[in-house]
Design a protein around this ligand. Sequence first.
Ligand code: ZN
Length: 429
Amino acid sequence: MLNKNQISENMDKFMKTLFPICRSITGKGVKQTLELINELIPLEIKYTPTGTKVFDWIIPEEWNINDAYVKNSKGEKIIDFSKSNLHLVSYSIPIKTKLSLNELKEHLFTIKEQPDVIPYVTSYYDKNWGFCLPYNQYIQLDDDGLYEVFIDSEFSNGNLIYGEFLIPGRLKEEVLLTCYVCHPSMCNDNLSGIVLLTFLASHLKKFPLKYSYRFLFIPETIGSITWISKNEQNLSNIKFGLVSTCLADSGNMTYKKTRSGDNEIDKITEYVLSSQAKDFKIMDFSPLGSDERQFCSPGIDLPIGSLMRTPYLSFPEYHTSNDNLDFIKIENLFDSLLNYLEVIFIIENNEIFKNLNPKCEPNLGIRGLYPSFGAGNKKTELIKAFSWVLNFSDGKHSLLDIAIKSKIDFKLIKKASEILLEKNLLILD
Ligand code: ZN
């Protein structure tokens, strides 16, 4: 069983440790993040050198940042990377120059509609530089003198790194759970994914499991492309998968389906969400979003969906300085963790059985499975579950199919199947 208070406290602590780190698709921030995850679960860290071709892409140079600021003509720092790592466009080239306000403005990014936030902007593949600041600060810039711009960044032939953790199960068939580690100080997108998967892995590794569970902590897009290109031979082992992102906001759960929309993971996740009292949303697959864009590209087409709360792009705090520690709630992240565990419970237990006594109903009474008093409408839920499991255990319907048909909770259907198995009325198909 999960200790809610203990796990929530630890998740909160971990979120706060990861929050200040300046991450990007490469560099020290990713390394530091992976080292911190490694303190909780044993990560295998994989290196792919700059210049390596991965499908249609090339691993970029490694980027590291030491300091960055803009000073006005009086020498006052008006934008300072050390105050918020969102102030600098990620992958900015090094620069030390003096510019007029008009020249500077070509490199400044703001959101007029949200005048108090710092936007999150990247320029991974165009050699450029820029600063991000609240619109309210931007419109007050009026210094006629020259602005001093300083960016102490370094590009080097290094590596793209990611972390991987495998919990081997009885079967070599895998469940792939993946999140990204490339965003600087933002919580919902996507520290929530990192924290949830770290604690999910650290919980699951204590139990014997049927499937093998592979956890990926990768830079978004280029990281998933790299992982897929290096592991193409083994992709057929992946039977289920989820991309984990946006899991700590106050919205209800959302499930984005796999590309075909009719994989077992789709059925399981929809069932989990629909069996709860809360409202939820199901989205069809679209080739826009996170790493499902790569995992569900037509030549890969893995059974991978995405289980989140409010999806990226649809909450105003998304990709801004407002996606911070105040925006998220650990109790929501814990609730998301419970949803993931429910999905995994069904993945682990969704068997298909065959009824060994399929000609008419077996006599449950002589096997001690039927109460001697009462009948008909007095039937308990468990006895109803026996009838449903016996009738539909025809080698075609899974326990989840039977739970959906009967509207009896999956856990009770599973319990009924265990009893019937013990009484030699069922056999695993
Ligand atoms: Zn993002």
